[in-house]
Design a protein around this ligand. Structure first.
Ligand SMILES: [Zn+2]
Length: 515
């Protein structure tokens, strides 16, 4: 018997031809910034999409003669530089790298948030967080009235199935919408599977494939959970420091719950190196599962298979005093790997920044399914954006711990607020709501409680040296965009509650932000 909570036949929800955004918003067209921002370098070796690129918004799959089957894999918590295709880490992801060698590798793909639920909600709907609401103000369930990628594909004739190792990506949180088949582990099964190192996603997929209708294309979604903390201590892990024995590592793990040690409690460099090695071992494990899945699907679709492998967020390993993936909108947690592979998609390295929800738009377009109402530009060609001036990308972290319901008494509310953040101060910038506006090479981080910071990612990918005093005009534009985004999404007020540094205050005064 499969170790799953849900093995449910789910009802088909019929789709209307025209689907509007819940808020009735018009799709955003390529927003332009002031010309002072340098043009982004685009390196596309070849993009051969002629057979797949069709007009978005079609109501059926009539326009696509043989719609391709689709595999969408999220390797949870996989930060971009941990996938070896990006050239920073060696040998972690050979299956991902093989897809990248013959497919399209996106070097600047961004998640809309640093954690699972809002990122998956945007991937599943093609909508920004302020549209579906998941991850804002404590909302964690995908609303019934959204129209999901699976619903749209199912309406276009696809068989739809999901295999999730992450207990959050489950019917409990509304993610079953549109799936005929949904397998998910409970949290207990998830932990047990890690401890026993059981790999059974491929087995579950194999059973589903045996029973499916071979005449119809399929959409299979898979979430692989291995890189998510807690990391397993494996007997064989080539990514650990050479001097670390398995016993050393076990002892370290026994006394250290990763996410509870941030700010002044951050572990010393040696321990961080071990944690990172454990994490890379988990990344390699997820990649082995990916290989098994790809092998199974190898000859499943006569019309070819479009494969997308990406992630929902990254992970900190001591950068800015952080571990895990909470309390941050740094690139360390927002920049994700993304590879797209298909029979008509020639090899390319694409440096244009894209968002996770662009994947949704492109998959629907390639399937000939209804993509109306989805504001995302899409991956290939970015139809709505001028080639040299794509829109700013927005991401957010909504600090629900800071606005607890009134049922909490003050002592327990304080405990929840400080949970994990003991020893953190204002200089750590970990309290309150946050917004990231990326307009490569610039990135502005806006904080509810601290002054904004501007970085030049082309020179400073680690966001170490704020540049607002040097690029006042860029700072002004992106700060205004961040404030407008924060207001639109209902994030807490735009006023910094700390005193500004003299330099920042002078810059803001010069730009008219303060009196
Ligand atoms: Zn996640």
């Amino acid at each position: 018997m499969p170790k799953t909570l849900f093995e449910l036949p789910l009802p088909i929800r019929r789709m209307p031809c025209v689907v509007s955004n819940r808020n009735g918003k018009a799709p955003s067209k390529g927003r332009r910034l002031n010309a002072t921002i340098p043009r982004m370098r685009i390196s596309i070796l070849s993009v051969a999409l002629a057979g797949l690129l069709l007009s978005a918004g079609a109501c059926s799959n009539e326009a696509v003669k043989d719609p391709p089957s689709i595999l969408l894999v999220v390797i949870d918590t996989l930060r971009a530089d941990a996938a070896s295709a990006y050239g920073i880490t060696e040998g972690t992801t050979p299956a991902f790298d093989a897809l990248a060698a013959t497919g399209q590798l996106y070097t600047r793909a961004y998640a809309p948030s640093p954690w699972t639920l809002p990122s998956h909600a945007s991937l599943f709907t093609g909508s920004p967080i302020d549209d579906h609401g998941v991850g804002l103000h404590g909302q964690v369930v995908l609303p019934e009235d959204v129209t999901t990628l699976a619903e749209r594909l199912r309406a276009a004739g696809y068989q739809t199935a999901a295999f999730s190792e992450n207990a959050l990506i489950s019917p409990v949180f509304g993610f079953e919408q549109g799936f005929e088949h949904f397998s998910v582990r409970t949290a207990e099964e998830q932990m047990a599977a890690k401890q026993k190192l059981v790999i059974d996603v491929a087995d579950e997929l194999a059973r589903w494939l045996e029973a499916r209708d071979p005449e119809r294309p399929f959409f299979v979604f898979i979430n692989l959970y291995d890189p998510h903390e807690p990391y397993v201590v494996r007997a064989e892990n080539p990514f650990l420091p050479a001097s670390a024995t398995t016993e050393n590592v076990r002892q370290l793990k026994a006394g250290l719950r990763t996410s509870h040690f941030i700010c002044e409690r951050i572990p010393p460099a040696r321990q961080l190196e071990i944690l990172h090695g454990l994490y890379l071992g988990e990344v390699a494990s997820a990649d082995r599962k990916l290989k098994a899945i790809l092998t199974l699907l190898g000859d499943q679709s006569a019309s070819g298979l479009v494969t997308v492998v990406t992630s929902d967020h990254g992970e900190h390993f001591g950068e800015h005093g952080l571990l895990d993936h909470e309390f941050s909108v740094r690139d360390t947690v927002l920049r994700i790997p993304l590879v797209v592979h298909g029979p008509a998609l020639g090899p390319a390295i694409i440096e244009r920044p894209v968002e996770l929800r662009d994947v949704t738009r492109s998959l629907l377009t390639w399937a000939g399914a209804d993509a109306s109402g989805i504001a995302a530009a899409g991956l290939a060609g970015n139809q709505d954006a001028a080639p040299d001036a794509p829109a700013s990308l927005f991401a957010l972290y909504s600090d629900t711990r800071m606005r607890l319901p009134p049922t909490f008494d003050s002592a327990s509310a304080q405990q929840v607020r400080d949970f994990k953040r003991q020893g953190c101060s204002a200089t750590d910038r970990v309290f309150g709501d946050m917004v990231a506006v990326t307009r490569y090479p610039f990135k502005l981080n806006w904080y509810e409680r601290y002054p904004s910071e501007l970085f030049d990612l082309s020179r400073d990918p680690g966001e170490q040296a704020p540049q607002q005093a040097r690029h006042l005009e860029v700072f002004s534009i992106l700060e205004q965009q961040a404030r407008q985004f924060a207001a639109r999404t209902g994030l807490a007020g735009g006023q910094a509650q700390e005193r500004l540094s003299p330099e920042t205050e002078e810059a803001l005064r010069a730009l008219g932000y303060i009196d």
